[in-house]
Design a protein around this ligand. Structure first.
Ligand code: AP5
Ligand code: MG
Length: 214
């Protein structure tokens, strides 16, 4: 199974991807995570991407499509893919079609996490992750069971993303509206788009995805 999770910043793509990985043994392909890893490792791609990401704008289509190509090439054809944060432009959607064909895969579902934009700034500015294992949390909506201790690995170190401030979030939302939302009709015309209410609680959204994916 190959699916795209589509939705604006803070819609819950990363949160739900982690759950689908656990439930179905799929692989999460998040271009945002790949780019952040490249920034951290100070690779040429990371050096190019850092300032663009800090502004909340989109990095080039070529860079992200190459990252996805490399990941698909390294994956077993049996393992399903969750595309999280990719494609984000019409050009990327076209590249994804070519990459799926190249790697012998079909696109089964495009799932839009439908959210009310007003809630997203609060979701994003409250987000933090474990430095050690990457588990995601939120100050209000997804607190660790013991304050200051990661549920998954016991680490006490957490970090916040440099682009998770209100000003950058507004730019990221504007980019989504202008460049990403217009790719939905392409997939709608193929009859593979479903919508899940992303404003529901985290567990309810997971249940909605489960109903859809079986
Ligand atoms: P990326 O990392 O993809 O960020 P994004 O799309 O802005 O999405 P987020 O990761 O912010 O949100 P999410 O939907 O994953 O939400 P989450 O589950 O964490 O991209 C970052 C940057 O990289 C871009 O700006 C761009 O520069 C570059 N980039 C990446 N891909 C690119 C591409 N393809 N092309 C060009 N440039 C690219 O949830 C958020 C918070 O809310 C969490 O704390 C969570 O606990 C909480 N939460 C989640 N669901 C719920 C719920 N149902 N109720 C309450 N709280 C919830
Ligand atoms: Mg994410």
């Amino acid at each position: 199974m190959n699916i795209i999770l589509l939705g604006p910043p803070g819609a819950g793509k990363g949160t739900q991807s982690a759950r689908l990985v656990e439930k179905y043994g799929m692989r999460q392909l998040s271009t945002g995570d790949m780019l952040r890893a490249a920034v951290k490792a100070q690779t040429p791609v990371g050096m190019k991407a850092k300032a663009v990401m800090d502004r909340g704008e989109l990095v080039s289509d070529e860079i992200v499509s190459e990252l996805i190509d490399a990941e698909l090439a390294a994956m077993s054809a049996e393992t399903g893919a969750i595309f999280d944060g990719y494609p984000r432009t019409e050009a990327q959607a076209e590249s994804l079609d070519s990459l799926l064909a190249k790697h012998g895969r079909n696109l089964d579902h495009v799932i839009e996490l439908a959210v009310n934009e007003d809630a997203l700034v609060e979701r994003i500015t409250g987000r933090f992750t474990c430095v050690n294992c990457g588990t995601g949390y939120h100050d209000k909506f997804a607190q660790p069971k013991v304050e200051g201790v990661c549920d998954n690995c016991g680490s006490t170190e957490f970090k916040r993303r440099p682009d998770d401030n209100e000003e950058t979030v507004r730019t990221r939302m504007a980019e989504y509206r202008a460049k990403t939302a217009p790719i939905l009709p392409v997939y709608e015309s193929r009859g593979i788009v479903s919508r899940v209410d992303g404003m529901a609680g985290i567990d309810e959204v997971t249940a909605g995805l489960g109903n859809l994916l079986g």
